[in-house]
Design a binder for this molecule. Structure first.
Ligand SMILES: Nc1ncnc2c1ncn2[C@@H]1O[C@H](COP(=O)(O)OP(=O)(O)OP(=O)(O)O)[C@@H](O)[C@H]1O
Length: 316
C-alpha cells in the first residue's frame, strides 16, 4: 500500500523563518525511509505557488497522488488560489503547517507532524470538503476570483499585520516565540495609530452602517494573528461566511476586550463587537485602509467587495 502513494511536495522554504525548510527535511527523510514515491517543487518567489498549483491542477492525477503543501498561511493561500482556478478545482490539498501563524491548521485541527500525516495517508486518502472564502475583484480584462482560507481583514488587524511585517523585531521574535506574541505586541503598538472609518455591511438584502469602525474582518474560522480566537463561533464546515465589525474603542477597552478574548470569548458580547453570518456578505468601506488576506498585505484602498462561501478538498 505504501509504495502506491505518490507525494507531490510544494514548498515555500522561506515560510516560518526556516521552519518550512526543517519540516521539508523531516518529510523527505521519512519518504525516503518509507520508500514512498515523491517529487519536489519549491516556490522561488512570492506568488509562484499559485502558478505551480494551477499547473498541477490542470493535469490529471490518480487518487493515490497527493499534493502536499509545506509552508505558512500565505503559501496555503497561493496553492488554494492556484487549484481553484485550475481545470480541476476539486483537486485535494494536503498541508503541513510550517509558518509563523498557522491559523488555518489550528482551525482545521491539522497535524504539524509529517510522520503522523504520512501514516494517515497510508490508511485514507479521502478528502474532506471544507469552507474557504471567495471574492471577486475587477481586473482590466475580466473579473478575477480570489479565495482565502483564513480571513480578509480591513483596518486594525490589517494595520497590525502591516506593522508586524515591517517590524525589525519580527525575525528575532519569530525565532524566540510563536506568531501570537508578535501579533500581541503589535496590537498594542498599533492601537493608538489606527483611525476609524465608515463601513457598510450588506447581507440577506439588509444594510447596516457603522460610522466609526476600527476593523472589519471577513473570516472563515475563529482565528486571527496566530491563534487569537476573534470569532469562536465561526467554523470551517458551517458553509457560511462570517464578518466581524469592531467599533472604535479606547486603550482601556482594548485591554478588557483582549483579556475577555483570551479568557472565555466573552468579548463577542461587547456592544462594540458585531458579527454577521451569511452565504454572502458585501463590505463597503468609506476611507482608504490597509487590508490583509490570509496575512498577505494589501496597500491602503477603498473596498467594495462581495464575499461568499466556497469550498475545497482538504486531505488530513
Ligand atoms: N522563494 C521565496 N522567496 C520569497 N518569498 C517567497 C518565496 N516563496 C514564497 N514566498 C512568499 O513568502 C510569503 C510568506 O509565506 P507564508 O505566509 O507561507 O509564511 P509565514 O508568513 O512564515 O507564515 P504565516 O502566514 O502562517 O504566518 C508568502 O507571501 C509567499 O508568497
Amino acid at each position: 500500500m505504501d509504495n502506491k502513494l505518490k507525494i507531490h511536495l510544494l514548498v515555500n522554504e522561506v515560510a516560518g523563518n526556516g521552519r518550512a525548510k526543517k519540516v521539508l527535511e523531516q518529510t523527505t527523510s521519512l519518504l525516503i525511509n518509507q520508500n514512498i514515491n515523491f517529487d519536489l517543487q519549491k516556490s522561488n518567489y512570492a506568488g509562484e505557488a499559485i502558478r505551480l498549483a494551477q499547473h498541477y491542477g490542470n493535469q490529471r492525477h490518480l487518487p493515490n497522488e497527493i499534493l502536499l503543501v509545506i509552508g505558512g498561511d500565505g503559501s496555503l493561500n497561493e496553492v488554494l488560489n492556484g487549484i481553484k482556478r485550475s481545470d480541476n478545482p476539486s483537486t485535494p490539498i494536503a498541508y503541513l503547517p510550517a509558518g509563523t501563524g498557522n491559523d488555518f491548521a489550528r482551525a482545521a485541527d491539522l497535524t504539524a507532524d509529517p510522520k503522523v500525516l504520512l501514516d494517515h495517508f497510508k490508511e485514507n486518502f479521502e478528502p474532506d470538503e471544507v469552507d474557504c472564502g471567495s471574492f471577486t475583484l475587477p481586473k482590466i480584462t475580466a473579473e478575477q476570483k480570489y479565495y482565502f482560507a483564513n480571513s480578509f481583514g480591513i483596518g486594525f488587524d490589517a494595520f497590525v499585520n502591516h506593522n508586524s511585517n515591517i517590524s525589525k523585531l519580527k525575525k528575532l521574535l519569530n525565532h524566540l516565540s510563536e506568531g501570537k506574541f508578535i501579533y500581541g505586541l503589535n496590537v498594542v503598538a498599533s492601537v493608538t495609530k489606527q483611525d476609524t472609518f465608515g463601513v457598510e455591511i450588506e447581507r440577506n438584502g439588509q444594510k447596516i452602517y457603522f460610522d466609526d469602525a476600527f476593523m472589519v474582518t471577513t473570516t472563515n474560522h475563529p482565528f486571527l494573528g496566530g491563534g487569537l480566537p476573534l470569532l469562536p463561533s465561526a467554523k470551517i464546515d458551517s458553509h457560511k461566511i462570517d464578518a466581524v465589525v469592531v467599533e472604535k474603542f479606547s486603550l482601556g477597552k482594548l485591554v478588557k476586550l483582549f483579556i475577555n478574548l483570551l479568557k472565555d470569548g466573552s468579548h463577542v458580547n461587547d456592544p462594540q463587537f458585531h458579527y454577521f453570518e451569511a452565504d454572502k456578505i458585501r463590505v463597503t468601506t468609506m476611507k482608504k485602509e490597509y487590508a490583509q488576506v490570509d496575512g498577505e498585505e494589501i496597500k491602503p484602498n477603498l473596498f467594495n467587495i462581495e464575499f461568499s462561501v466556497s469550498s475545497f478538498n482538504l486531505l488530513r
